[in-house]
Design a binder for this molecule. Structure first.
Ligand code: NOJ
Length: 502
């Protein structure tokens, strides 16, 4: 396989507000990211994706952009992002930005102009109607339309009222957004994570949702065929630069539908699949998903992605209910065929913070997984101030990179060993995949390429299980112990996952 960096390497998501503050205001910034590049190189990630850093009133913490070509002062300035790109590239780490194409902030000059009058030059850059349809917005039960008294029309917003949807059927919008991409590609950015990009094309008739859908936001299912043509245009901009990547958020609960957004290798390079974030911790569900991803993706000749955490979902330890299970899930995740995307903190077993009502800030209730990263075991946890914008996650004394870097049995070392194995093994990087379940309790994932054979065993139960094999296998990674070298005995302990090689 002649693979690209975005296929063989692991991508690491940084939520800049929470990564590391250097200015003392309790909010993370770009200098904080530069500060920790040595750590990321040591960990072995190949690229970082920064959640939005653009100028924003922060109604949705950066997913409401007021200027796509500048950095919000809370994170730094254009000089800082240039410095970050250069410093990351010096360590062979690529940098992806989070580009938000479906909507802007209501403070964006495009929208300010659009709403100024019915015949404003940019009126048609957004979606205005005399009568709303019955769509519901995300994060609340409010309608997806807000009435604008000044011009007596409603504008569409699939998210907050402060996030008006752009009208991608207007070629001027397409051109302006392509220019945004070029602005960053010219600056040396290696690619983009495109926010809810399956939603940019809209049915021009904007039909009502059917009764069974009414009252739910369309984010998980609304799509329109015109998005494919728009993606081909976006891809051709990205492909006019060397070796860049387009990673799209396709928030649909159907692998086959997600895979259509790769087009004929002329739409997305990579598409998120969020099904693993919603799976129960049961081996049969995982077996089915692995088999489905494998068959769908082989049929379209595209490359899948795997993700277990992000800034919108409960962290793995919280969701699965224990660190042991989260460590077993790490072995599973890093054994799969496709690009893995990790979320900062996942690699050292961070759990969600408990956020009391008076400190809740996110309209979507996602504060827990966005808590600041503790870098050191005691306050202020490596930050200039202990008063960060959100409460600290539980047990920062143990769950921080400094403490765990000194302990080769830690979750951090487990992830590092898994990343190293992936870099060294062609079976793990690109091999075929077969998955089966034994005893209703253990998932076995076999990966094979060029005579290299790896096998992951994941015990989904809290009891000891016998899984003997005829041939001899060496344990290379053990979720309970970290890196190890012994022969496999034929038995798995409670919540244990191991990676074997033959
Ligand atoms: C998906 C992002 O991941 C989420 O954080 C954001 O709120 C919505 N898109 C709207 O931009």
């Amino acid at each position: 396989m002649n693979a690209s960096w975005w296929q063989t390497g692991t991508i690491y998501q940084i939520y800049p507000r929470s990564f590391l503050d250097t200015s003392g205001n309790g909010v993370g910034d770009l200098r904080g990211v530069i500060n920790r590049l040595e750590y990321l190189e040591w960990l072995g990630v190949r690229a970082v994706w920064l959640s939005p850093i653009f100028t924003s009133p922060m109604a949705d913490f950066g997913y409401d952009v007021a200027d796509y070509c500048d950095v919000d002062p809370i994170f730094g300035d254009l000089g800082d992002i240039d410095a970050l790109i250069a410093a990351a590239h010096a360590r062979n780490i690529r940098v992806l930005l989070d580009w938000v194409p479906n909507h802007t902030s209501d403070q964006h000059p495009w929208f300010v102009e659009s709403r100024s009058s019915l015949d404003a030059a940019r009126r048609d850059w957004y979606i205005w109607r005399d009568q709303p349809n019955n769509w519901t917005a995300a994060f609340s039960d409010v309608p997806a339309w807000t009435f604008d008294e000044h011009t007596n029309q409603y504008y569409l917003h699939n998210f907050l009222p402060q996030q008006p949807d752009l009208n991608w059927s207007n070629p001027e919008v397409v051109g302006a957004m392509h220019n945004v991409l070029r602005f960053w590609l010219d600056r040396g950015i290696d690619g983009f994570r495109a926010d809810v990009v399956h939603m940019i094309g809209k049915d021009p008739a904007l039909p009502d949702d059917p009764p069974e859908r009414q009252g739910t936001s369309g984010v998980g299912w609304r799509e329109h065929p015109s998005t494919h043509g728009l993606l081909r245009g976006i891809r051709s901009v990205v492909d006019s630069y060397d070796d860049r990547v387009l990673l799209g958020e396709i928030n649909l609960d159907d692998t086959a539908r997600i895979a259509t957004y790769h087009g004929q290798a002329d739409e997305l390079h990579l598409a998120f699949n969020f099904l693993p974030l919603k799976l129960d911790w049961r081996p049969e569900g995982w077996r089915q998903l692995i088999a489905e991803v494998h068959s769908v993706y082989n049929a379209v000749d595209a490359w899948p992605t795997w993700v277990l955490e992000n800034h919108d979902q409960q962290r793995l330890v919280t969701r699965l209910g224990s660190l042991e299970r989260a460590r077993a899930a790490a072995v599973l995740l890093m054994s799969l065929r496709g690009t893995v995307v990790l979320y900062a903190g996942q690699e050292f077993g961070l759990a969600d913070a408990k956020v009391p009502a008076e400190r809740t800030v996110d309209p979507g209730g996602r504060d827990g997984c966005r808590a600041p990263i503790p870098w050191e075991p005691s306050p202020p946890f490596g930050w200039p101030t202990p008063d960060a914008w959100l409460p600290w996650p539980p047990d920062p004394q143990q769950h921080n990179p400094t403490t765990q870097r000194d302990d080769s049995t830690s979750t951090l070392w487990l992830y590092r060993a898994l990343l190293q194995q992936r870099a060294e093994s062609s079976a793990l990087r690109s091999g075929s995949t077969t998955a089966r379940v034994v005893n209703d309790s253990v998932l076995i994932v076999d990966r094979e390429a060029d005579g290299d054979h790896c096998r992951a065993l994941i015990n989904f139960t809290g009891g000891t299980v016998e899984v003997p094999f005829d041939d001899t296998w060496t344990i290379i990674i053990d979720s309970c112990a970290g890196e190890t070298g012994g022969d496999y005995s034929g038995q798995l302990e409670a919540d244990q996952a191991i990676l074997l090689r033959r």
